[in-house]
Design a binder for this molecule. Structure first.
Ligand code: SAH
Length: 386
């Protein structure tokens, strides 16, 4: 049983099943440790990681009275695997733990083939890392690599950490198959190796752009969209990313899937500069994908607004009538409404007709609990432009 007891102010219905409790709601703490049995009005309310130093005091990992053990981690892995594989039908690579959404506070785990990349950003999970690692070993994974470099980690007072926990053989990359396509995944690359949150959008966007002549994949990384576009018969993809190593992998991915090399042009450059030079050169596209990094880290979104306006303006100028535009944001604070407003502003100035066909979300292996809307962060749309 958790060693410390934390009493909260108020009544259970004040909290619902929200996974977080801030310090100001704590009435009293009995004992010392970082696993807490939480009580409200004298009744047991849940088991949580306790951080005595942070503003975010409690993060629930269970509504039962139980310790955070390797056995608990093991059973969470089985459940999450069932959701991702049996319900969603995902294979190859997917997000197994999406932190609070899977009652694993501050713990992200992405499966790549027979191994896992782990990211830890909560005080409690950092201290119970041995249990987490043991749980993954029990579940039969062949390797476990940790890449804990998130911004959230710093807010909990933790230093970045990166390294192996166990492996059958040390490796720098793994090959995985997603939607029938082979991807070379760099262990220790951007994020945990792939932008798995786009997994479903790769399909939807590429299917809608099937057979197009010339599509621009801006902010391509290792080619999630590019490979899917080629799978759906797009004749030419122009991929831009400032990360030259990512583009190297993109070209390897193109070759590994048997697509002709000439089907893809890559530019290691700043997207904003490239869009301007394409305009000067009178280039035109019948599909454009914009998948930039997070433009807004916090609540201040004015810089992000300007960024989106510029991207939309350039994209509309580069798109032929009848072209398709797909655009995304991965900042929690950029709403669908904000994206729509900036799109409208750009369209109005150029007198272009823009029809949204799909509003798009993060893939469902990144689920959003109703008590925790903060888990929604990836938003986008796909529109037809005349
Ligand atoms: N579309 C990708 C994910 C893109 S993540 C996929 O589905 O897999 C954002 C990418 O933008 C990163 O690869 C990063 O290297 C790149 N990037 C960030 N700022 C950039 C800029 N100004 N110009 C070009 N690339 C940029």
């Amino acid at each position: 049983m958790p060693r410390i007891r934390v009493n909260l102010k108020g009544r259970p219905s004040d909290y619902g099943l929200h996974p977080w409790i801030f310090k100001d709601k704590v009435k009293g703490v009995i004992g010392q440790g970082f696993e807490a049995a939480v009580y409200v009005k004298g009744k047991f309310f849940g088991s949580a990681f306790y951080n005595p130093e942070g503003k975010l005091a409690l993060r629930f990992y269970s509504r039962e009275e139980e310790d955070f053990t390797a056995g608990l981690v093991y059973s969470r892995i089985q459940r999450a695997r069932h959701e991702r594989e049996d319900i969603l039908g995902f294979r190859g690579a997917y997000r197994l733990f999406f932190a609070e959404a899977d009652n694993m506070p501050g713990i992200i785990a992405d499966v790549y083939g027979d191994g896992v990349v782990l990211q830890i950003s909560s005080y409690g999970a950092e201290r119970l890392k041995r249990e987490i690692v043991e749980g993954f070993r029990m579940a039969g994974y062949r390797w476990l690599y940790e890449k804990s470099d998130s911004y959230a980690r710093r807010q909990e007072g933790l230093e970045p950490y990166e390294g192996w926990h166990f492996y059958d053989e040390e490796r720098e990359h793994v090959w995985v198959e997603i939607n029938g396509l082979k991807f070379k995944v760099p262990i220790g690359g951007q994020k945990t190796g792939l932008y798995l949150d786009q997994r479903l959008n790769w399909e939807v966007v590429a299917r809608t752009m099937r057979g197009r002549r010339r599509v621009l994949d801006a902010f391509s990384y290792t080619g999630g969209f590019t490979l899917h576009l080629l799978k759906y018969g797009v004749e030419k993809v122009v991929a831009i990313d400032e990360d030259g190593d990512a583009l190297e992998l993109l070209r390897e991915n193109v070759a590994a899937n048997g697509f002709p090399r000439r089907a893809v042009d890559t530019f290691s450059a700043n997207v904003f500069d490239m869009l301007d030079s394409f305009l000067l050169a009178h280039e035109r596209y019948d599909g454009i994908i914009l998948d930039p990094p997070a433009f807004a880290k916090g609540r201040n979104v004015s810089g992000a607004r300007r960024g989106y306006f510029t991207l939309f303006d350039r994209a509309l100028r580069l798109l032929e009538p009848g072209g398709i535009l797909a655009a995304f944001s991965c900042s929690r604070h950029i709403t669908f409404e904000l994206l729509r407003e900036e799109m409208t502003r750009a369209a109005k100035r150029l007198l272009r007709e823009v029809k949204v066909l799909y509003w798009l979300h993060q893939s469902p292996d990144h689920p959003v609990p109703v008590y925790f809307p903060d888990a929604e962060y990836l938003r986008g749309f796909l529109a037809l432009v005349y």
